[in-house]
Design a protein around this ligand. Structure first.
Ligand code: ADP
Length: 221
């Protein structure tokens, strides 16, 4: 019996948890907390053409590539989704990176905006779970961006200038959380993750399991 349950647990398809939010709301912080507390969920490392920032590590934060390499990925249809940012650089989510996890029953988590979520849903359908974080207020959002200390005032103003475009797509996400208290937000996302893991479409081992149950019934009769 234990053996069957154990096998069932292993035969699972992972999900792609994508977290969207206007810059400064807290996606990065929340994702780090989730990863710290759950070894069965992995960060999907994106490809980017932008230069590494101080402290960023190749293969950990991003795969840093040239424009030529990026174009080659595009040609091979290697991306689940890709985007040209307003700041001139390009980003993409590699199919191979994500599939290497979800096909062995591990979940992945990464941040993405609404345009990426649309592309991802077209290619990955039910595998996608989209979570949107809203800031408690626009004033608080600015405070968080300033407090983070990674952007110049000019970049902060630019980020604040495109908030409406970001927020107006909130209804394209499956779950929405107002990120007031960090720990509460993390707990809510953990609950979403455990619920999503139970969905029939992810428990791909169930068919075999039910077949065994049916066989057992037939043998009994
Ligand atoms: P994003 O990835 O969405 O751009 P970050 O994760 O970098 O945002 O968070 C922006 C800033 O806000 C960081 O300094 C972070 O510590 C802070 N922050 C995140 N969540 C909260 C929260 N619930 N309350 C207060 N500050 C927060």
């Amino acid at each position: 019996m234990d053996e069957i349950i154990d096998r069932l647990r292993k035969v699972r398809k992972g999900a792609m948890f994508v977290v969207g939010a206007p810059s400064g709301t807290g996606k990065g912080t929340v994702i780090k907390e989730i990863l710290k507390n759950d070894s069965n969920i992995k960060f999907s490392v994106s490809v980017t053409t932008r230069a590494p920032r101080v402290g960023e590590v190749e293969g950990v934060d991003y795969y840093f590539v040239t424009d030529e390499q990026y174009n080659e990925f595009l040609k091979q249809d290697a991306f689940y989704e890709c985007v040209d940012s307003q700041y001139g650089s390009r980003y993409g989510t590699l199919r191979s990176e994500v599939d290497s996890f979800i096909n062995v029953g591990q979940d992945v988590i990464f941040d993405m905006d609404w345009a990426g979520v649309r592309q991802l849903r077209e290619k990955a359908g039910d595998d996608v779970v989209a979570i949107y974080l809203l800031p408690p207020s626009i004033r608080e959002l600015r405070k968080r961006l300033e407090g983070r200390g990674t952007d110049t005032q000019e970049v902060i103003d630019k980020r604040m200038g495109i908030i409406l475009d970001k927020i107006s797509h909130w209804e394209e996400f499956d779950y929405v959380i107002v990120n007031v208290d960090l720990q509460e937000t993390v707990t809510k996302i953990q609950k979403i993750i455990s619920g999503e893991r139970m969905r029939r479409v992810r428990q791909v081992g169930l068919k075999g399991f039910v077949r065994e149950l049916v066989k057992e019934v037939e043998e009994e009769n």
